[in-house]
Ligand binder design. Structure first.
Ligand SMILES: [Zn+2]
Ligand SMILES: [Zn+2]
Length: 632
């Protein structure tokens, strides 16, 4: 081992990076925000009576009567008309989602051009004087060393020593400040460490993630943030003026102070919360990616020169602590030095990630409702059309079957995809922390405390998510309901939602922790778990998306305790979910157990190994490191 203290260092690239995990969360955040805001923005442009129709059209389902063909035909027409009621809102919603996507793509594709023109960059590749020959040569050599195609080189006029990796997909570009160019002559080692860090961003595929994230933030700002704030102010003023115009009555003033203004404040708070979340996710992606790029550079042999380079600037750096730390664009130099010395810190769970994951869960749940609208509409049209075209029972059965399948596809597939993205991000970080505690030997008691803490922060995140959901914030209930109603109907369901959420989170986190331990400790002594790990991620994600359903029902009941269907659904779910959890637990155990019963042998000498945690230990026969792939 290169390390003199003989301590094995965990390899941050052994598992998918935390940058990936955070990037997934950002993508989920922007999709669910677009769906929810896209569903509500049209409301501002409609009169009150149409607004109600738009959000929940009156659909009169015809009673089933298979006796007369005429009746079937008529009810088929009814179904089509009912479904068409939803269409305007669906079109607006998808238009807004489409607009956001187009905005993101345009901003993303234009970023290289913008960077070049804003910073007056000149292409070194097009230079014919030959003064950049050595620079090009050097960067080409370093790129070969990292195994990537050499980027196009751009020179910035200023004499600072900065550098920046950018570019769209395969077209890699790098900005070199004039000062950095001169450093190649003055201090070649330092030059190399800066360039290798930037090339590390290419190798980690950070450039796409970074600029897509920045485009997401800008698109959200233009498409949603500015318009929704303006609309909210406009609605408040409109409400106040309308109430005042009919002559001032004491009831109106009460309405303004106890309804319009609080509703406005809640909306502004929730919109701020949503945009802040997206902004903080962006910044955390930008900070996290630096550690991994530093590590790439260190792997190419410039660890010590990077540490000394950061060390020189350490005193000049302003340190922002506490909450301010979440707003930083870059990690502090001290953090970067610590991480270079021991990258195992990248295996420690960062609790802000748990919070963000929790925050996105209510958004993901609510977007089912939005997609449900699309599903109801399309299934209504298909089965209605089926009845109009033919009154044959077999044919009708077929169209109904197709529409049910479509309904499931539209409602649950997006939900499952978002829960996969959400839970695999957290799952990935739990796996990292499991590896950390297994290899550092601190286990058991802190492990249980940690599970509790993760579930608690997840639950707090979920509660915060319920508060900041635009238009659906739980806070709205306190304005629209009376004190008695709040105490007897709303509060009990709020408490039940929190208790069930915590229970589900705890059980799920326990599941992931328990089987990650089995996965890494018992079965993958010498090679990467690869496919097995991927399958485990899918199973745990599906499990979470099922387990969260009773929480979702309790949550919906806060808004409306009268829907009979929810009560029935709740009873089934409360019985089914524990059974499913236990079954999945046993099955996962069995599957991993079958693998376990196979002989586990040292990858190097083939000697059979004993049971137990062997991560990072040496084979007592040939002395090679077990689970070598986890270490640098
Ligand atoms: Zn960087
Ligand atoms: Zn061996």
């Amino acid at each position: 081992m290169e390390n003199s203290s003989n301590k094995k260092l965990l390899n941050p690239f052994a598992l998918p990076s935390e940058t990936d995990a955070r990037f997934r969360l950002l993508i989920v955040a922007v999709i669910v925000t677009s769906l929810i805001l896209g569903n509500y923005i049209p409301v501002y442009f409609l009169p009150d009576d149409l607004t109600k129709d738009l959000l929940s059209p009156d659909v009169n389902f015809t009673e089933k009567n298979l006796d007369s063909p005429d009746y079937l035909k008529e009810s088929g027409m009814n179904m089509i008309y009912n479904s068409l009621e939803y269409f305007p809102s669906i079109i607006v919603m998808f238009f807004i989602l489409f607009l956001t996507t187009v905005c993101i793509v345009i901003i993303y594709r234009r970023h290289p051009g913008n960077i070049k023109s804003k910073q007056n960059l000149i292409s070194a590749d097009k230079d014919e004087t030959g003064k950049y020959l050595r620079l090009k040569e050097e960067i080409k050599n370093l790129s070969d060393r990292c195994g990537i195609d050499p980027p196009e080189i751009f020179i910035a006029p200023q004499f600072t020593t900065g550098s920046q990796a950018f570019g769209v997909s395969e077209h890699k570009s790098i900005r070199i400040d004039n000062g950095l160019r001169l450093m190649l002559i003055k201090n070649r080692e330092k030059f190399r460490s800066v360039i290798l860090h930037e090339l590390g961003h290419f190798a980690n595929r950070d450039v796409t993630k970074t600029y897509i994230s920045q485009s997401v933030w800008k698109a959200v700002l233009y498409v949603f943030a500015i318009p929704t704030f303006i609309l909210a102010v406009f609605t408040l003023l409109n409400n106040v003026i309308r109430k005042l115009s009919g002559g001032l009555e004491s009831g109106d003033i009460k309405d303004i102070f106890f309804q319009s203004i609080p509703a406005f404040i809640i909306l502004i708070l929730s919109l701020t919360g949503v945009f802040l979340t997206i902004h903080l996710l962006l910044k955390s992606i930008l900070r996290t990616r630096e550690f991994y790029a530093d590590r790439r550079a260190a792997n190419e042999g410039v660890k010590e020169s990077l540490i000394s380079y950061f060390g020189e600037n350490l005193n000049k750096e302003k340190i922002s602590s506490g909450i301010k730390g979440f707003f930083r664009w870059h990690p502090s130099l001290k953090e970067r030095i610590d991480c270079l010395k021991d990258p195992s810190v990248l295996f420690v769970m960062r609790y802000d990630l748990c919070f963000f994951v929790g925050l996105l869960i209510p958004f993901s749940i609510l977007s089912i409702l939005t997609l449900g609208k699309v599903a109801i509409s399309l299934t209504g049209i298909i089965s209605g059309a089926g009845q109009v075209v033919s009154q044959n029972p077999g044919f009708n059965f077929l169209t109904i079957l197709i529409s049910i399948l479509l309904f499931i596809l539209l409602c649950f597939v997006p939900f499952i995809i978002t829960s996969y993205l959400i839970s695999s991000s957290l799952g990935n970080q739990i796996q990292r922390s499991v590896i950390f505690s297994l290899s550092s030997g601190d286990k058991k008691i802190p492990g249980f405390k940690k599970l509790f803490l993760i579930s608690l922060i997840l639950t707090i995140g979920m509660a915060a998510g319920c508060l900041i959901l635009p238009y659906f914030s739980v806070l709205n209930i306190f304005i629209t309901s009376g004190v008695k109603e709040i105490l007897t109907e709303k509060l009990p369901f709020m408490i039940l939602t929190i208790i069930s959420a915590f229970t589900v989170n705890f059980l799920w986190v326990y599941f992931v922790e328990h089987f990650s331990e089995s996965l890494f400790c018992r079965y993958n002594k010498s090679e990467k778990p690869g496919k097995r790990n991927f399958i485990f991620n899918i199973i745990s994600s599906l499990l979470l998306s099922v387990m969260i359903l009773p929480v979702a029902v309790f949550y919906f009941k806060i808004y409306s305790s009268e829907i009979e269907l929810l009560n029935e659904l709740l009873i089934y779910l409360l019985i089914a979910v524990p059974v499913i959890y236990i079954m999945v637990f046993i099955l996962t155990g069995l599957i991993l157990g079958i693998v376990n019963s196979k002989k586990i042998a040292c990858n190097n000498c083939g000697k059979q190994l004993p049971q137990g945690n062997l991560i990072g230990k040496n084979c007592d026969n040939c002395n090679s490191v077990i689970s070598r792939w986890l270490y640098l």
